[in-house]
Design a binder for this molecule. Structure first.
Ligand SMILES: C[S@@+](CC[C@H](N)C(=O)[O-])C[C@H]1O[C@@H](n2cnc3c(N)ncnc32)[C@H](O)[C@@H]1O
Length: 480
């Protein structure tokens, strides 16, 4: 397996020198649109970028923004997984004649700067297909541009983009494009990283391994950067630590499940009968070339913290159990007076770890160990119909900076919550609280209820068939 390389795109000197506000087109993947704004906010606040919004939308796959330097566009693209690409916008219109006239009035010296070496022009269409010949015809309509350099399709110095946007309704495509754009390609976002981190090719995975795209969003929400200390206290197979290490963080984790941490659980791949001997979180880190930034994992119950009180973290990213696919447990006993013989091997017994206690513990732990402005990012399961913001966990030292919903079924969803530490605790602070968080009980009650409804429907159906059959028998009997 190849060792993957990650890193920022290094801007050229001339790009670093320019400090003029310019328009940029940010083109996004049409997926997880309600995470877009949150991811972008986290990235720009991490790099302290001032971004002026010209056009922003979740319905359309693009934003138009103003940035004071192309470096900032490079930085955004070096982290955003929801961004497909970024273009320095030279012209934008709803009308092709206006687009051409705007482009003709764009400062010539700026265009010449990029078009005196090798270049290529890409025609992109959304919700419409053009043949290669049609694309070339479109490119030829731009031949008034001072294209002094030569065409290089494989490795050009400059790539120009002409984009025709026909909307996103593939069932009702308009005759003419809704919007037209022309500009200079700056950088691609991190869509490739999704493929590189694919669970299909990952050495060690489990049933609850986190989807790569969502892990990248989480690490961005947590603003993980080079040298950060990052903990996942419900680490499982360590998916969240991989991307945190790729972004330069020193990562470590804990989990109550010894078998999971040591890759001794049953394999999750249907094709695999037994686990390979070298499956582990460490070998995943090696696979992605970031083993040097992986500290270790420990078997530990989160409800009984083992850390020194002065341990400081820059970020906590985690996906706690919801009790649906994996147990929510903590070490404990229901016996009133447990007694352990000295000479016996002791396996700690476990009791149910109530979700509301787990989330309160998580916020209290975060406040204790995060540095000021550090972030904790985690998933919170909910019943969609019953959602209100006061259900979410609250701590006076943390502010909720993002809450994006991922729908799981007709009734259930989970929210990616991002909290930032805003102050150290004080004695007269209000308590850490949470609304109704008995997701697990509600989930199983709902399933029980729908099973009962199904049973009633099926028995009604059987009674109806029986009656029909009886009636037919009587009618046939009458005839004979
Ligand atoms: C949803 S899974 C995490 C999956 C992980 N993000 C991954 O990508 O593999 C939740 C994990 O929490 C662990 N867990 C449950 N109760 C725990 C506790 N009291 N302390 C620590 N870990 C616990 C489970 O063993 C499980 O591995």
């Amino acid at each position: 397996m190849d060792i993957l390389k990650f890193g920022y795109v290094v801007p050229t000197v001339e790009e670093t020198m320019s400090k003029i506000w310019k328009k940029y087109l940010l083109w996004f993947a049409h997926q997880h649109a309600n995470f877009r704004k949150e991811e972008m906010n986290s990235i720009i606040s991490m790099f302290k970028i001032t971004l002026r919004l010209v056009f922003e939308s979740t319905d359309h796959p693009f934003w138009i923004v103003e940035l004071s330097s192309p470096d900032e566009a490079y930085l955004i693209a070096s982290r955003s997984v929801l961004l497909r690409y970024c273009i320095e916008l030279w012209a934008r219109s709803t009308n092709i004649e206006v687009l051409h006239s705007d482009l003709k009035s764009y400062p010539k010296d700026e265009i010449e700067l990029y078009l005196s070496t090798t270049f290529k022009v890409v025609v992109e269409t959304f919700c419409k297909h053009y043949t290669q010949r049609e694309k070339v015809e479109k490119i030829e309509t731009f031949n008034y541009l001072p294209l002094k350099g030569s065409v290089n399709l494989k490795n050009p110095d400059t790539t120009l983009f002409y984009i025709e946007y026909y909307g996103i309704e593939s069932n009702s495509i308009p005759e003419k494009p809704i919007e037209l754009f022309f500009g200079r390609w700056i950088a691609d976002g991190q869509r490739d990283t999704i493929q590189k981190l694919s669970l299909k090719s990952r050495k060690f995975i489990g049933n609850t391994s986190m989807d790569p795209q969502l892990s990248i969003i989480m690490a961005n929400q947590a603003r993980v950067k080079k040298g950060d200390m990052v903990l996942d206290p419900f680490v499982g197979t360590g998916s969240l630590l991989i991307i945190a290490s790729i972004f330069g963080g020193y990562t470590f984790g804990t989990d109550i499940d010894f078998l999971m941490l040591h890759a001794r659980t049953r394999p999750s791949r249907i094709s695999q009968k037994i686990r390979d001997k070298d499956e582990s979180i460490a070998s995943n880190m090696e696979q992605y070339g970031v083993k040097s930034r992986f500290l270790d994992v420990l078997v530990s119950d989160f409800s009984r913290t083992l850390w020194r009180t002065d341990m400081q973290l820059d970020a906590i990213i985690t996906d706690p159990p919801y009790g649906i696919r994996e147990a929510v447990e903590r070490v404990g006993t229901l016996k009133s007076n447990p007694f352990i013989e000295d000479d016996q091997i002791h396996y700690p017994s476990k009791v149910i770890y109530k979700l509301e206690h787990l989330f309160i513990d998580l916020l209290i732990f975060s406040v204790k160990h995060l540095r000021l402005n550090g972030r904790v990012v985690f998933w919170f399961p909910l019943f969609r119909g019953k959602y209100s913001e006061d259900q979410l966990p609250f701590h006076p030292c943390l502010t909720l900076v993002a809450s994006s919903e991922q729908i799981l079924s007709n009734y259930t969803s989970r929210r990616l919550l991002t909290y930032e530490k805003i102050k150290e605790p004080e004695t007269d602070d209000p308590a850490c609280t949470i609304g109704e968080a008995n997701f697990r009980d509600q989930y199983f009650n709902m399933r029980k209820e729908s099973r009962t409804v199904r049973r009633l429907r099926q028995s009604g159906e059987r009674a109806r068939q029986r009656m029909e059959w009886e009636m037919r028998k009587t009618t046939n009997g009458d005839k004979t």
